[in-house]
Design a protein around this ligand. Structure first.
Ligand SMILES: CC(=O)SCCNC(=O)CCNC(=O)[C@H](O)C(C)(C)COP(=O)(O)OP(=O)(O)OC[C@H]1O[C@@H](n2cnc3c(N)ncnc32)[C@H](O)[C@@H]1OP(=O)(O)O
Length: 440
């Protein structure tokens, strides 16, 4: 059983049925039914009414996802659903270069006519139960608001930064790139740059695979709204041997009052190598008639700040971006590698039960971890570190974005033995801050 053939969750279906609502899967091969679902999702996110092209595009690229809706049983047959959710399985990059399957959750909407009646709760809980039944160890999402998902066991596990660089102050002080930047088209990138995105995403813990729909969004070839892409330019970076190693898609705005004052908005900057990142950043920062470069979804430890003559030219706004919910802590903790050996006992509290319990994580000198479930009252080995935490805090620690010692200071992780957080920090730390560079 997997995301594409798992049946609808009977507990949520029964609860919603008692409220006059029907929880069901959409047959995405049924054009009318899937189109109605897409219209409901667009309305839920205040998007434009989807065009025929948009519907055709979704029917082609997103139909493979598990597509769930809630219908008001008093509405006519064939009416749009009053709630939507879309899920699929995808690999998540982990510290150490490995990956783990996650249950990606997207398109959570409830119609304003039906809000705050528990529909989203039933949708979320049904997805978590289904993911767990399918053996997927983690659920993942990007959130419209930071206030919604903590109650379901999610926590921010990777952060991203929006940066604005004042190019009048910043001169390039980084290494010269070995290759060259050339103009291309978004369509050509769509065709030829997917392997570059793939190797870039494997470099960073926190990235997921771009399926066809997400890849098209990354290249802005997705028909979402043709008028929004008219001003986009695309450049590619080829290394000294001529191999494509990165690309950027950007638009230049402003200049109305003073033609020497434009802003570059970088929609994507994807680099498989540091050399490609250097070449692309330098190109963008040295564009004539431009006084600011804005880039979105950048790593919070972006090295570009160290490559400018004046680091105060950079302003960063970090925010929570990837939210994870651990469903199987044994599989999750064994999938990543660690930066230092440790024996660590974790007492995990999970109101939904999935991750509840005491477990021992043993990390050897190579950084590989094995996890043993312990009885709740089992003795803790004499030399082991020992932390008590919620399933949310486990997700916050998981990719190394937030140290255990920060959460101990915050009072959300309890150190059952002194010094345990510092030892956990050394083990969970990742060489680079985890990053998710797309929305899904
Ligand atoms: C992964 C994603 O897709 S993120 C996108 C989320 N969707 C959106 O932002 C689109 C606009 N908003 C909506 O469609 C809806 O308001 C939703 C989906 C956020 C919530 O749907 P509802 O059916 O109203 O939520 P529901 O009634 O099940 O509420 C469940 C719980 O979440 C809380 N909650 C719901 N929405 C919010 C919110 N926006 N902010 C804070 N808390 C919220 C409720 O108070 C309730 O809390 P409790 O059960 O602990 O008392």
């Amino acid at each position: 059983m997997n995301f594409s053939d798992a049946p609808i969750d009977s507990a949520s279906a029964a609860r919603l049925h008692a409220e006059g609502l029907r929880l069901d899967l959409v047959d995405t091969a049924d054009t009318a039914a899937f189109s109605a679902w897409i219209r409901a999702e667009s309305r839920g996110f205040y998007d434009d009414e989807p065009s025929e092209k948009r519907l055709a595009y979704m029917l082609e690229h997103a139909a493979y996802r598990r597509t769930t809706g809630v219908w008001d049983e008093s509405d006519a047959v064939g009416a749009e659903p009053v709630a939507t959710v879309s899920t699929w399985e995808t690999p998540l990059s982990l510290p150490g270069g490995s990956s783990i399957p996650v249950w990606a959750i997207s398109a959570v909407t409830v119609a304003p006519t039906h809000r705050r009646r528990g529909i989203a709760r039933n949708l979320l809980e049904s997805e978590l139960r289904t993911a767990h039944a399918c053996g997927v160890p983690i659920a993942a999402l990007t959130a419209s608001e930071a206030t919604i998902y903590g109650r379901f066991g999610f926590a921010p596990s990777a952060f991203a930064s929006d940066v604005t660089i004042d190019t009048r102050r910043a001169r390039w002080a980084g290494p010269a790139a070995s290759g060259r930047v050339r103009f291309t088209t978004r369509e050509e990138l769509h065709h030829s740059a997917r392997a570059v995105f793939e190797s870039a995403r494997r470099r960073h813990a926190g990235e997921i695979e771009a399926d066809d729909a997400l890849w098209a969004e990354t290249c802005a070839t997705d028909e979402r709204s043709a008028d929004k892409v008219k001003s986009l330019r695309a450049v590619r970076y080829d290394d000294a041997s001529g191999a494509l190693q990165g690309f950027a898609i950007y638009r230049v705005t402003g200049g109305e009052d003073d033609f020497t004052v434009h802003t570059v908005e970088v929609q994507s900057l994807v680099a498989a190598t540091d050399d490609a990142a250097n070449g692309l950043w330098r190109f963008l920062l040295e564009l004539d008639l431009v006084t600011a470069v804005k880039a979105y979804l950048r790593p919070v430890d972006d090295s570009v700040a160290w490559q400018l003559s004046d680091r105060r030219a950079v302003q960063s706004r970090p925010y929570d971006h990837l939210w994870l919910r651990v469903l199987d802590p044994v599989a999750a903790l064994e999938a990543r590698t660690y930066s230092a050996p440790i024996d660590l006992v974790l007492d995990v509290a999970d109101p939904n039960g999935f991750a509840e319990g005491r477990m021992l994580l043993s990390v050897d000198e190579s950084g590989a971890g094995t996890v043993t479930r312990l009885d709740a009252d089992a003795d803790v080995p004499a030399d082991a570190a020992h932390l008590a935490l919620s399933v949310n805090s486990l997700a916050a620690l998981y990719l190394g974005a937030t140290p255990a010692s920060t959460l101990v200071r915050a009072g959300t992780v309890l150190e059952r033995r002194p010094g345990s957080a510092e030892r956990a920090d050394a083990a969970f730390r990742a060489a680079e801050a985890p990053l998710l560079s797309i929305w899904f």
